[in-house]
Design a protein around this ligand. Structure first.
Ligand SMILES: Cc1cc2nc3c(=O)[nH]c(=O)nc-3n(C[C@H](O)[C@H](O)[C@H](O)COP(=O)(O)O)c2cc1C
Length: 376
C-alpha cells in the first residue's frame, strides 16, 4: 500500500466528512466526528442495546487482561530516525493466504447481526472498500458462500474445534468449497471465561439467530458438546491433514505452544488472548509476542491482536515480530455506528495513522520496522 500526499489529504477529508453520516438534522449541531478508533466506541454505544454493548466491550473476570493489552502498548516508546526518504511508505504484506496492500485484518467476531441488520455482509463490504481481509467467525450469522461472493479481498474462515471431528470436517469442506483463502483454528477457548459484565447486562445469544456454521442440529452425525474441551494437539494435526489452504493457529501466548503449532504444520501463528475474554490475568499480547517471535525464529509468520487502536500500535507489533495485526472491537463498533461505511472508516483511519507513524519514525517499508524502532 502506497499512500501519496494527496491520499493522506483525501483521507483526512473523509474522516472530517463523517459527520454527514451521523448527523440527523441540518439544525442540530453535528456530533463530534470519530477521528480515531476510540471515538467509534461511543458512537456505537449510542446505537446498541446495553446487553450487546456489554457483550462486545466486556472481558473475563476483572478485565485486567483487557486493560493490560492497552497499557502494555502505551508503555512502549518509539525510536525514530529522520531524513530516511519516507515519502511513499510501503505497507504491503505477503502472507500464506494473503497478498495485501496493508497489514490490518479484521479479527473473527461472532454474531454481526446483533450489531447491524445487514450483519457480516455489511462488514465484508466495508472491508472491501478498505482492501482489508475479514476473518469470518464460525459464529457468522450469514452463510459463508454469500460472504465469499460479496468479497473482493481474500476471505479467511475461523473455526473452533466444536462437536467432534466429523462435524469439523463438514465445516472445513464447506468453507473450502466456498473459496476461503485460509482457515484459522482458534485454540484458546476450551471454555469461556467468567464474563461478568455481559452476564450482569443479561446478554444471551437470541435463540432465533441464524448460525450456519455452528449449528450441530443441522448436521447428521453425532455432536459431542464437550469436544472443544477434550481437543488436543493430535486433533490440530488432524485438522492440518484435511485443510487444503494455509492453516493459521489463533490464541497462542506461550512459546511452547507456538513451537507445537509450528511442529503441527501451521502456516502461521496468531498471538492472541481473545481480547481478554477468556483467562483473565493472561499477559498482554504485545508482551507475549517477542517470546513467541524468538522461538518461531522466522519459520512461519506471526500475526497479533489485542488492543490495537493506533497506527503506532501496529508499528510496535511489527517491531516485535508480527507481520500484520488484527483488530476486533473497533470494527464492530464501526459496523454498529454506520454499517459498512463505519467498518471502512475504522480501517482507513488506522491505515492513515500507520502511514504517518512510518513516515515519522523514518521507516519507509514494513521490513525496515524491527526492534530498533523501539526505544530500549
Ligand atoms: C464480541 C467478540 C466476539 C468474538 N468472537 C470471536 C470468535 O468467534 N472467534 C475468535 O477466534 N475470536 C473471537 N473474538 C476475539 C477476536 O477475534 C480478537 O482476538 C479480539 O477481539 C482482539 O482484541 P481487540 O478487540 O482488543 O482488538 C471475539 C471478540 C469479541 C470482542
Amino acid at each position: 500500500m502506497k499512500l501519496s500526499r494527496r491520499d493522506l489529504l483525501r483521507l483526512s477529508n473523509a474522516a472530517a466528512g463523517w459527520s454527514l453520516l451521523t448527523s440527523t438534522t441540518r439544525e442540530a449541531p453535528a456530533p463530534p466526528s470519530p477521528l480515531n478508533l476510540f471515538d467509534f466506541e461511543s458512537a456505537a454505544r449510542e446505537r446498541l442495546s446495553a446487553m450487546v454493548y456489554a457483550f462486545i466491550a466486556g472481558g473475563a473476570g476483572d478485565e485486567l487482561t483487557v486493560r493490560w493489552n492497552r497499557e502494555a502498548l502505551d508503555r512502549l516508546r518509539l525510536c525514530p530516525r529522520n531524513l530516511e526518504s519516507v515519502a511513499d511508505p510501503d505497507m504491503r504484506v505477503h502472507l500464506p493466504g494473503l497478498d495485501a496492500p496493508h497489514p490490518i485484518l479484521l479479527a473473527p467476531i461472532g454474531f454481526h447481526r446483533l450489531m447491524h441488520a445487514d450483519g457480516e455482509l455489511a462488514t465484508v463490504r466495508g472491508a472491501n472498500a478498505a482492501q482489508a481481509t475479514m476473518v469470518v467467525s464460525m459464529g457468522t450469522t450469514t452463510p459463508i458462500d454469500a460472504l465469499v461472493r460479496a468479497a473482493t479481498q481474500p476471505l479467511w474462515s475461523q473455526i473452533y474445534l466444536l462437536y467432534g471431528r466429523s462435524f469439523i470436517k463438514d465445516v472445513v469442506l464447506r468453507v473450502q468449497s466456498a473459496g476461503v483463502k485460509a482457515v484459522v483454528v482458534t485454540i484458546d477457548t476450551p471454555s469461556n471465561g467468567p464474563r461478568n459484565r455481559q452476564d450482569r447486562a443479561g446478554f444471551a445469544v437470541p435463540p432465533n439467530l441464524p448460525l450456519p456454521l455452528m449449528t450441530p442440529s443441522s448436521y447428521q452425525g453425532a455432536a459431542d458438546a464437550m469436544f472443544v474441551a477434550k481437543a488436543s494437539w493430535k486433533d490440530l494435526e488432524w485438522v492440518r491433514s484435511i485443510v487444503r489452504v494455509p492453516l493459521w493457529v489463533k490464541g497462542i501466548l506461550n512459546p511452547l505452544d507456538a513451537q507445537r503449532a509450528v511442529d503441527a504444520g501451521a502456516a502461521g501463528i496468531i498471538v492472541s488472548n481473545h481480547g481478554g475474554r477468556n483467562l483473565d490475568t493472561n499477559p498482554a499480547t504485545i508482551d507475549a509476542l517477542p517470546r513467541v517471535a524468538d522461538i518461531v525464529a522466522g519459520r512461519v509468520p506471526i500475526l497479533m491482536d489485542g488492543g490495537i487502536r493506533r497506527g503506532t500500535d501496529v508499528l510496535k507489533a511489527i517491531a516485535l515480530g508480527a507481520s500484520a495485526v488484527l483488530i476486533g472491537r473497533p470494527y464492530v463498533y464501526g459496523l454498529a455506528a454506520a454499517g459498512s461505511e463505519g467498518v471502512t472508516h475504522v480501517v482507513e483511519i488506522l491505515k492513515r495513522e500507520l502511514a504517518m507513524a512510518m513516515m515519522l519514525a523514518g521507516r519507509s517499508t514494513l521490513r525496515a520496522v524491527d526492534r530498533a524502532a523501539l526505544w530500549s
